[in-house]
Design a protein around this ligand. Structure first.
Ligand SMILES: [Zn+2]
Length: 90
């Protein structure tokens, strides 16, 4: 199975307890991957994949997958918190 890089570049891929990163592991990419690992834990791998694939098929967009939407929202929040931590005065 190939992944087209024309519309999207995946920073990482989560397969149960194996995390594969496309590039250097940045804090946000690691956090995003941890969100997926956390999503997978209560759902189980098969249900997670079912929801992920159905989410993609519905709108044909990685960003419209509810599991990705949640991961990107939490990743953005993590990024804001990370910036606040490093640039906070006092
Ligand atoms: Zn993701």
């Amino acid at each position: 199975m190939g992944i087209s890089r024309t519309s999207c570049t995946l920073a990482s891929f989560t397969y149960i307890d194996v995390w594969v990163f496309h590039d250097e592991i940045a804090p946000r990419a690691l956090f995003h991957t941890l969100v997926h690992a956390t999503q997978m834990e209560p759902l189980g791998f098969e249900r997670y994949v079912e929801l992920y694939v159905c989410g993609f098929v519905k709108d044909r967009s990685w960003l419209a997958i509810p599991l990705e939407e949640q991961a990107y929202k939490l990743e953005a929040r993590f990024g804001r918190e990370l910036r606040g931590h490093f640039f906070r005065r006092g």
